[in-house]
Ligand binder design. Structure first.
Ligand code: PLP
Ligand code: COI
Length: 341
């Protein structure tokens, strides 16, 4: 299979239309058999549930080219089950988890020429999503839904790649106590747009959201979980019911403990503790592991000791081990890697 002639090393995190996508429709209480299509557009009624009451959920995962030339995905079963959790919370039908994995297989295979080559620094981002499609005017769930998967080749989420970023403590909340922060619903991202646009205008790369009830504990950013390294080399990651359960974060916790022999603490993290950590970073499918150099709290700067030039040494080890597993350089735990081709 011949690869597309793209400037892989200089791709940003942007949408590039590829050839095939997967579509399955839900009607009269059942999903149809689903199929690949070349049509990247969706035509829906003006009153569709997704347009009126934002009944839409999504996932994000990646396909990688391994050192020995295979195309693989990383823990797609966890994306399937998280999409099912999101669906239940928004009163949407669950797309069967085995069919989710099969849809990903089909779309990645059909767009194999867009999977960036090994060592290019780019990957294929996979976006499964689902929305309410029939007209809904009273506030209630739709009766009909569409599940789709498209793919797009991407480079680093933050422009500098592995350069440490600067974030600020947001005055906005990302999630409500007992709200929808723990699912991947479009509505969580719509409400973060003003916060991220103004953060960028003010010169910051991202927002740190604190817990909405007391604003004393660290939650996450608009699109990634936090990891912190203590001065005695423990991994600490915030725990809260309103954080999205990141698959990358769960994988890093396992890697830290079982590959690097570190102590791992998944617990509430007071914002007041942040200045005590030796290293800090963001983790997620898009963010991979992005180091944080500085956190600004209303003018007060917290300089992370690992600095603004390079990833801290433990963050680097976590990054190398995680991406080594994803790219087939390091043996993966049982069941983590799904070979597509
Ligand atoms: N937190 C939020 C709000 C996200 O949107 C994402 C991205 O999916 C993550 C965390 C990271 O999750 P994952 O590692 O499963 O991609
Ligand atoms: C992902 O990491 O897959 C996300 O959905 C986060 C988003 C900021 C692109």
């Amino acid at each position: 299979m011949e690869k597309k002639n793209l400037d892989w090393a200089n791709l940003g995190f942007a949408y590039l239309q590829t050839e095939k996508r997967y579509v399955s429709n839900y009607k009269d209480g059942a999903w149809d058999e689903g199929a690949l299509t070349e049509d990247a557009n969706i035509v829906l009624n003006e009153c569709a549930g997704v347009f009126q009451y934002a009944q839409t959920i999504f996932e994000g995962l990646k396909a990688y080219t391994t050192e020995d030339g295979h195309i693989v995905t990383f823990r797609p079963d966890l994306n399937a089950s998280r999409l099912a959790d999101s669906a239940r919370r928004l009163e949407m039908p669950v797309f069967p988890e085995d069919r989710f994995i099969d849809a990903i297989q089909k779309v990645v295979e059909a767009n194999a020429s867009y999977v960036p080559p090994y060592g290019s620094g780019a990957t294929l981002y996979i976006r499964p999503y689902m929305m309410g499609t029939n007209p809904v005017i009273g506030v209630k769930p739709a009766d009909e839904y569409q599940f789709r998967v498209f793919v797009t080749p991407v480079g680093p989420y933050f422009k500098g790649g592995a350069k440490p970023i600067t974030i600020r403590v947001s005055d906005f909340d990302r999630a409500a106590p007992h709200g929808t922060g723990n699912i991947k619903a479009g509505l969580n991202y719509a409400m973060s747009l003003h916060a991220i646009v103004t953060a960028h205008e003010d010169g910051y790369d991202e927002n740190m959201y604190l817990d909405p009830a007391s604003r004393t504990k660290v939650e996450e950013t608009g699109g990634a979980n936090f990891i912190f390294i203590t001065k005695d080399n423990k991994l600490v990651t915030p725990k809260s019911d309103s954080i999205l359960p990141s698959i990358t974060r769960r994988s890093i916790m396992y890697v830290a403990e079982h590959y690097l022999g570190m102590t791992v603490e998944h617990r509430e993290v007071e914002f007041a503790e942040v200045s005590e950590f030796a290293e800090a970073g963001l983790c997620g499918t898009a963010a991979v592991i992005s180091p944080i150099g500085k956190i600004v709290d209303h003018g007060k700067e917290i300089l992370i000791p690992s600095g603004m030039e390079d990833m801290g040494p433990t963050t680097k080890k976590l990054y190398d081990t995680l991406t080594g597993i994803q790219m087939g350089k390091i043996e993966a735990p049982e069941g983590w890697i799904k070979t597509i081709l």
